[in-house]
Unconditional design. Structure first.
Length: 110
């Protein structure tokens, strides 16, 4: 069963930048739908005054290591390249969590 991590501030919309996410909602996907699994706290990977910190990227990768993909509103090119290099699939998407997960399931994206 595929599992995804979603960056959200309100629990209903994909509205958070990867580097600013303070938590990720985890969902399990099936052919018939999806279920919410849990909320995982994260330390924001990007600190405005410090820029990118790959140690923080690695902590998020570890935190979400059981996820087949991450879904975020936005991710910078440097962070995206780093995650892809580490084998993490990242999708930039805007919209409600429900609509996006339904699309991922119907199109078998993950």
């Amino acid at each position: 069963m595929p599992r995804v991590g979603i960056a959200t501030t309100n629990g209903t919309d994909i509205d958070e930048h990867f580097g600013h996410a303070k938590f990720f909602r985890i969902y399990d996907l099936t052919d018939d739908g999806y279920t919410y699994a849990e909320l995982r706290d994260a330390v924001a990977a990007c600190q405005h005054s410090l820029g990118h910190d790959t140690t923080r990227f690695d902590k998020i990768i570890e935190l979400l290591s059981d996820c087949d993909a991450l879904i975020v509103q936005k991710i910078g090119p440097g962070a995206a390249a780093y995650l892809i290099e580490k084998g993490v699939r990242v999708f930039e998407v805007n919209g409600s969590i429900d609509a996006v997960l339904e699309k991922f399931i119907s199109d078998k994206i993950v």
